[in-house]
Ligand binder design. Sequence first.
Ligand code: ADE
Ligand code: ZN
Length: 331
Amino acid sequence: MTTNLLTLPKAELHIHIEGSLEPEMMFALAQRNGLALPYDSVEAVRAAYQFEHLQSFLDLYYAGARVLQTEQDFYDLTWAYLEKCAAQFVRHTEIFFDPQTHTDRGIPFPVVIDGITAALRDGQQRLGVSSGLILCFLRHLSAEAAMATLEEALPYGDRFLAVGLDSSEMGHPPSKFQAVFDRARAEGFLTVAHAGEEGPPEYIWEALKLLKVSRIDHGVRCVEDPALVDFLGEHQIPLTVCPLSNIKLCVFDTMAHHNLKHLLDLGLCVTVNSDDPAYFGGYMTENMAAIAAALPLTPEDMITLAQNSFRASFLSDEQKQTFLQAVAQAT
Ligand code: ADE
Ligand code: ZN
């Protein structure tokens, strides 16, 4: 694989901003906010990032997020990620944030969203990285808590474009959140949901049919249901696949066994994303390089992945065309 295929213009569609908290920043923010961390060093934090499954990661991810306290903290976190985007040819990004991770420990919702959106505005102006925000509900919490979060967010509705569903998948099917997704769509928001990361194909069907999602986050378990694969292909419902995440969380044992190439060959609209880059070993370029090294991807596959990232985005058709032309020019 030539390096220029790693430098194609791309969009990222599956990144949890809290998951971009690098250990160095975790220490800096802990010190700034007068908090103690249960680690002696940055190296000790990194050494702790050995996960058996999604939940073992989430436990550390929620603990790490406790250092985020002020609007400046959320700004700095988001800005650092946007600088990575600019360095890695990510021209557009649609970012998840988890308000409940913060409001449940007493951080006001405006502190979170003001810090993030100020950085997004500066990222557009100073780095040329365009962006959108997706508000995620934590599925291990109640449907009522999700509805209360949506209500609290509605006055800021011009700051986010979609709602999503993340956190512990097993035992928390999309159907649990049908009412809040109905409400969000009635308020004009697009919808996405994590499904088929650890959960069964049935959860992907529920996300499609009950939550009426525009994209499936992860979705790699769709291959267990041929009718579902047909549906996803026919409607070109994008899958935001996260290769390094899937290895770190033991969804696949090695990258060589990842089904991304198979999904592409089935004609599905696959995109590559970093999920929680500070925890899983890398951002977009590291994910692209890892799949290029381990899977029999052709140069055309790599170009398709770059094109799909824009096709699957929530940009306007006109903006998509502009970015697709930029991909064509770079190949
Ligand atoms: N929150 C952050 N990363 C996640 C993932 N990979 N799956 C579900 N929830 C998450
Ligand atoms: Zn995710």
